[in-house]
Design a binder for this molecule. Structure first.
Ligand code: FNR
Length: 385
């Protein structure tokens, strides 16, 4: 299947009077989500830390770069497929880890896994998923597991061993969220899904967790389980030295998510990590922090030849993906757009988002004169005048 086939499908369906159920400009999903989702669910996804300046900066940073199209370069045959950390991908686009998806749709992570599998797209399942990692694995295609590294070492080991057992092939360790940041939209509604029992499913199903709370979680020990979750969720005392322990628990590739400084990227390489995600968690953690895209070029030039550099925070279009690739990312992770797609139209909505993004990427690169990822480098872009 050509990535741009989606465009033809849409126009052809139009001959029978059909138009897409969701907007094809993915920026517009958010306004639709604001109108249709519950205020709590919309606020949880759209919201960010503090005054949301970093979330805004993430988007604005893309506008500082402009694509410079080249002509007459035979782009009739195109191939933007790639292999990242041993995983084959139809395009350098990955479903990033977003927790608690059942606040958006009853099928939650399962709907996302099904939509991604049908397109051969890799999913990264969050530790904070509202469906257990084993249940998702049963329905998913290519899959990676994202670890929130808990305080209890035995629990951390159990989570990653379960993920390996369930066929997740890469471990994405999120470093920037050992505590929830100050997030006014959620605070003003006193809304944290975990305390309502959504997003704790990987913990509650874990044998080590269950042992600590006296057995499987029922009404009788539910409060204790929630307290144990709160006490264990994040581990602010971790240091670079702890990565050696994690390496011993996991045989496959390990990727550190949340890198924004060149020196941290360097330390990830020195610690023997296989990749990094240049990410600021969509501006959800440190308000006032730099835009993630602004961190990318220097990091990619420092470690791009030594490790796999991935990117997220602010991808909303195929052009955005092209820009991140040109600035040194090997692939990008998608966050809010697919969450909105899920909330608005379930599995179909996620498929719509993925197909739109990949079709727009293909057309953008073709029209800019590129036919493979090897042709996508810094010369694709110019800084905005
Ligand atoms: C996230 N993100 C996230 N990251 C992670 O490692 N584990 C998680 O459980 C979550 N959960 C989560 C929930 C919601 C509602 C959002 C919006 C984000 C961060 C995510 O992986 C990614 O870094 C950001 O979504 C990127 O920003 P944009 O492009 O979505 O704005």
């Amino acid at each position: 299947m050509d990535l741009a086939d989606f465009q033809n499908e849409i126009y052809l369906s139009g001959l029978g009077g059909a138009v897409p159920d969701l907007p094809t400009d993915l920026h517009r999903l958010e306004e639709l989500a604001a109108a249709r989702l519950t205020p709590q669910a919309h606020g949880y996804v759209a919201g960010a830390a503090g005054a949301e300046r970093t979330a805004d900066a993430n988007l604005a940073a893309f506008d500082q770069w402009r694509i410079v199209p080249r002509m007459l370069r035979d782009v009739a045959e195109r191939d933007f497929s790639t292999t990242v950390l041993g995983t084959e991908m139809p395009a350098p686009v990955i479903i990033g880890p977003v927790g608690v998806l059942r606040i958006l749709h009853p099928d939650g992570e399962l709907a996302v896994a099904r939509a991604a599998k049908a397109l051969g797209v890799t999913v990264t399942l969050s530790t904070a998923a509202s469906t257990t990692l084993e249940e998702v694995a049963a329905e998913a295609g290519p899959r990676w597991y994202q670890l929130y590294w808990p305080k209890d070492r035995e629990l951390a080991a159990s989570l990653v061993h379960r993920a390996a057992e369930a066929g997740y092939t890469a471990l994405v360790v999120t470093l920037d969220t050992f505590a929830m940041a100050w997030r006014p939209r959620d605070l003003d509604r006193a809304y944290l899904p975990f305390l309502r029992g959504i997003g704790v499913q990987n913990y509650w199903s874990d044998p080590v967790f269950q042992k600590a709370v006296g057995g499987p979680v029922t009404d009788a020990n539910r409060d204790l389980a929630l307290l144990h979750w709160v006490a264990n969720f994040g581990n602010p005392s971790l240091t670079w030295d702890d990565l050696a322990w994690l390496r011993r628990q996991w045989d496959g590739p390990i990727v550190l998510k949340g890198i924004q400084h060149v020196d941290d990227a360097r330390r990830a390489v020195d610690a023997g990590m296989d990749g990094i995600v240049v990410s600021n968690h969509g501006g959800r953690q440190v308000d006032g922090a730099i835009a993630s895209l602004d961190a990318l070029p220097a990091i990619a030039s420092e470690v791009g030849a030594l490790t796999t550099v991935l990117f997220d925070s602010g991808i909303r279009s195929g052009a955005d993906v092209a820009k991140a690739l040109a600035l040194g990312a090997k692939a990008v992770l998608i966050g809010r757009p697919y969450a909105y797609g899920l909330g608005l139209a379930g599995e179909d909505g996620v498929r719509h988002v993925l197909r739109s993004l990949m079709a727009e990427l293909d057309l953008t690169l073709a029209l800019a004169g590129r036919s493979t990822l090897a042709d996508v480098g810094p010369d694709l872009l110019s800084r905005r005048p």
